[in-house]
Design a protein. Structure first.
Length: 254
């Protein structure tokens, strides 16, 4: 018989870490420049895909980076840093290649229709926006904003991954603790973390409703609502994840 309270009590801190990670993921989505289908046709600023797909892709890259580093170094800061950098690299590569296509394939300038001047470079934007479009490409402000989103999302994903790995490797009474190298544990924790990331990517997508250019977009001001919603949603998710991973580790299922 598995003692549920006995699993939760020693892992309260890690449940809180998972909740914070979910909140960071939710906030990060608002930074990422997403243009959806219009951007794919160079009729809106941002990356030509959906909010959830892009954020989740960055999150998975962060989880892979965090997992690879944690296998060698269990330092809390190093693992979180690896997650953040992994997500940033994925987004940076995506945006650079997309910019090449927009500039040399479609033949449009990377400009924003939300601001007259780029907040970072101070370059004029409205003069280069094609008639009938909402901007196109990925201007500097959108690129930088997306990198910040990748950093936050990657750290959030790495935090959730790290927390669940600590739950799985905890020295429960009468049970030999698992190692971080246990592939079954890694697989289960990664699966839970990816699902957790998807959920906290969907919540802000309903808040954004469509496209967003980044921190300079008026829709960015909506992030507190999504952050609160994800914080609340992450509490039961964190508890269930801790119970599931802890129970498998305690019962020898891994």
């Amino acid at each position: 018989m598995i003692d549920i309270v006995g699993l939760i009590a020693p892992n309260i801190f890690w449940i809180l870490a998972i909740v914070i990670g979910g909140t960071l993921i939710s906030i990060s989505v608002h930074f990422i420049s997403v243009g959806g289908a219009p951007a794919a046709m160079a009729q809106a600023t941002g990356i030509g895909t959906g909010t959830v797909m892009l954020a989740a892709g960055a999150g998975i890259a962060g989880i892979i980076a965090a997992g690879a580093v944690m296998d060698l170094n269990q330092n809390f800061g190093v693992v979180l840093g690896a997650g953040g950098v992994g997500a940033m690299v994925m987004l940076a590569a995506t945006m650079i290649v997309a910019t090449w296509i927009y500039a040399y394939g479609v033949g449009v300038m990377p400009v924003s229709a939300k601001v007259k001047y780029d907040p970072i470079t101070k370059y004029r934007q409205d003069l280069y926006v094609s008639q009938g479009t909402e901007g196109h490409g990925i201007p500097t402000v959108a690129f930088v904003s997306s990198l910040l989103g990748g950093l936050l999302g990657g750290i959030g994903a790495a935090l959730a991954y790290y927390a669940l790995m600590k739950v799985g490797t905890y020295a429960y009474s009468g049970v030999t603790p698992l190692e971080v190298h246990n592939l079954n544990l890694v697989g289960v924790v990664a699966t839970f973390t990816i699902g957790f990331f998807f959920i906290n990517s969907v919540i802000p997508s309903y808040n954004i409703v469509g496209t967003i250019e980044g921190f300079h977009d008026p829709k960015f001001k909506r992030w507190p609502k999504a952050a609160v919603a994800s914080f609340i949603a992450s509490i039961p998710l964190g508890i269930v994840a801790v119970i599931a991973v802890g129970a498998l580790a305690f019962a020898g299922g891994l």
